[in-house]
Design a protein around this ligand. Structure first.
Ligand SMILES: Nc1ncnc2c1ncn2[C@@H]1O[C@H](COP(=O)(O)OP(=O)(O)O)[C@@H](O)[C@H]1O
Ligand SMILES: [Mg+2]
Length: 235
């Protein structure tokens, strides 16, 4: 991420093999239109001299949703979460059990975990989703709520975004700087999305991160995985 000037941000692919994913992100962000939630206007795109894709967008002055949760009232925070959930529209249903099964098989996880995750009906609503709706990918500015860092996912479903919200609300993902964690406010988000499919999708998200975790983040990730497993077992 480069701040080109006070008003423009350039997002550059880390390498050529990531170009297609950043390009999908660029398309998703360019097409996004919603009444109550915005995204920074995309201004242009291109390739660096060494062949890496980039795109430019407006710089948004504001605070992340994590920062809002730390300082604003519960009702304000919940209003924002509701607003974000408002981008979801379900146009049908699809059974993603075989995709979940394949993903679990590609990971080095125990039979217990596989059974835990597969132990529900995996028919989910399909429709537009952001793809990586963490609290750090939401910028709250004076003129509204902005979504950044869209991601393509294996299924377009609100379940993907709600599980990512739980990653912050239940596992405190974006609250890793050692400062205050607003647990009571976060708990009300968990109550909202607290059904078993969202926690199972969260567990799958976390397991998929394990291979990329470095030594320092591994302990925290293990804590999140154990906490989520526990929760599913208690549901
Ligand atoms: N358009 C923007 N305006 C203001 N800040 C931005 C903008 N885009 C990104 N950022 C800041 O840079 C951070 C990283 O950008 P992001 O697109 O989320 O990349 P990453 O893939 O590294 O998470 C964001 O969390 C946000 O703080
Ligand atoms: Mg991000």
């Amino acid at each position: 991420m480069i701040l080109l000037d006070r008003k423009v941000v350039r997002k550059i692919s880390p390498n050529e093999s990531y170009n297609h994913r950043l390009h999908s992100q660029f398309l998703k962000q360019s097409k996004f239109a919603h009444q109550n939630v915005r995204t920074p206007e995309v201004i242009g795109s291109g390739f660096t001299e060494d062949g890496r894709f980039f795109f430019d967008m407006r710089y948004i002055k504001g605070r992340s949703l994590a920062s809002i949760f730390k300082s604003e009232r519960l009702s304000t925070c919940i209003k924002m979460v509701d607003c974000l959930d408002g981008i979801h529209r379900v146009d049908g249903e699809v059974d993603i059990r075989s995709s979940i099964f394949d993903k679990l098989n590609s990971l080095n996880v125990s039979t217990d975990i596989k059974e835990l995750i597969l132990g529900v009906d995996w028919r989910v609503g399909v429709g537009f989703c952001h793809g990586d709706m963490t609290f750090e990918n939401v910028i709250v500015s004076e003129d509204g709520i902005y979504l950044i860092d869209f991601l393509d996912s294996f299924v377009d479903s609100p379940v993907i975004d709600r599980a990512k919200m739980l990653q912050d609300a239940f596992c405190y993902w974006s609250f890793d700087d050692g400062s205050y964690v607003p647990k009571r406010k976060l708990m009300s988000v968990c109550e909202r999305y607290g059904d078993s499919i969202h926690y199972r999708m969260l567990l799958l998200h976390l397991l998929r991160i394990v291979p990329y975790a470095d030594a320092s983040s591994k302990a925290r990730l293990t804590w999140m995985i154990d906490k989520t497993k526990d929760k599913i077992n208690r549901l």
